[in-house]
Design a protein around this ligand. Structure first.
Ligand code: NAD
Ligand code: TDX
Length: 336
């Protein structure tokens, strides 16, 4: 099996590549990534000499790059490549449309011409917008994205649907809840708060801190993605949830407690514009049709994550001392 993974130098993509190497050792994996600020080859250092893995630098929104990589021929494509941070999409929506929408369309278009047996589009629960308490979006719920990031992912999902309907292309979409675990870029709330708390820096909680998210350990998501890739039906959408719903305030208190840091580090700051109050997914379909359920309890996953960040300080120190610092210093100057 020859698999093209786009965005494999990012958080979920690098975890997925490692998951495939461990669980499908005969698969040939090509990682195609243009190494934006969020792409980091250090995430895959341990695989550098693996004969079944290769890296090719390229941009999913560049026709020459995509044409060149597809020339070698693939059975499956898994598209993780994206701009993925909601806060950044509020400052610079254009790059989100370029990568997430136009890039996905270009990839679909050229992959279709080379003939592949599956194209897996990695999407998100954010496309459904905010859910009321005890409401859960299923795969038929309306798309009501609120941030430019969510709108770009919802748009890409619709383009995927159209390639299935119009050209019979074997596209499948997954929509997962919030992931956490090793190698997550420290702009996302869990590693952001962990790395700041370790330095006794304040943790800026947006609004009243009562927005809630469902958290899935990244390895559980990798297992679900592989299940969908191997057994999912073309044209279908599968929600991937975890039943680990927490308010941001509770999440922050758990992180502080596990790190032995005081609650006084929490600072309530101005809310994120269009901040979705809650995401809730109904993921009965993936359980009923493909027999997948998450395995990792939040309390175990968060402990493993903390242990990983403690053991890999150099990995995140290199990131937070680099280019990325400029973004978040400006961002937090904007918040009161
Ligand atoms: P990430 O930001 O950590 O990684 C994104 C990767 O894509 C990076 O390696 C980056 O270099 C690469 N990339 C960006 N633009 C590219 C381009 N034009 N061409 C090639 N590569 C490009 O993101 P992540 O958190 O790992 O998310 C991966 C995917 O999963 C995204 O599509 C995201 O929308 C989706 N998703 C993420 C979550 C989550 O909680 N993190 C939840 C649901 C869905
Ligand atoms: O400094 C912060 N303070 C804060 O209160 C940050 C960075 C976040 N938050 C809140 C906002 C959210 O309610 O924490 C929650 C999680 O925020 P993020 O980590 O930015 O994630 P979210 O906006 O929920 O989006 C994530 O999950 C869905 C990923 O970034 C997306 O790529 C994915 O599609």
């Amino acid at each position: 099996m020859r698999v093209l993974i786009t965005g494999g130098a990012g958080f979920i993509g690098s975890n997925f590549i490692r998951y495939l190497i461990n669980n499908r050792p005969d698969w040939q994996i090509t990682n195609f990534d243009n190494l934006t600020y969020a792409g980091n080859l250090a995430n895959l250092d341990d695989l550098r000499d693996n004969d079944n893995y290769r890296f090719i630098k390229g941009d999913i929104s560049n026709i020459d790059d995509v044409r060149a990589v597809l020339e070698s021929g693939f059975d499956n494509v898994v598209n993780f490549a994206a701009e993925s941070h909601v806060d950044r999409s509020l400052y610079d929506p254009g790059i989100f449309i370029k990568t997430n929408v136009l890039g996905t369309q270009l990839l679909l278009d050229l992959a279709q011409k080379t003939g592949i047996s599956k194209f897996l589009q990695v999407s998100t629960d954010e496309v459904y917008g905010s859910q009321n308490v005890r409401e859960y979006a299923d795969e038929k719920s309306p798309l009501l994205p609120n941030s430019p990031y969510a709108a770009s992912k919802a748009s890409a999902d619709l383009v995927c649907r159209s390639y299935f309907k119009s050209f019979d292309m074997p596209v499948i979409i997954t929509r997962s809840c919030n992931n956490y675990g090793p190698f997550q870029f420290p702009e996302k709330v869990i590693p952001f708060f962990m790395t700041r708390a370790l330095k006794d820096e304040i943790l800026p909680l947006y609004g009243d801190g009562l927005n809630s998210r469902d958290w899935i350990y990244v390895e559980d998501n990798c297992e679900a993605l592989l299940r969908v890739l191997e057994s999912g039906d073309p044209g279908q959408i599968y929600n991937i949830g975890s039943n680990n719903e927490l308010t941001n305030l509770d999440l922050t208190q758990i992180i502080l407690k596990l790190l032995g840091k005081p609650s006084s580090l929490i600072k309530f700051v101005e809310d994120r514009p269009a901040h979705d109050r809650r995401y809730g997914l109904n993921f009965d379909k993936i359980e009923n049709k493909l027999g997948w359920l998450p395995k990792i309890r939040f309390i175990d996953g968060i402990q493993k994550t903390i242990d990983w960040y403690l053991a890999n300080k150099q990995w995140w120190e290199n990131i937070i001392s680099g280019e990325y610092r400029k973004f978040y210093e400006q961002h937090y100057r904007n918040l009161r």
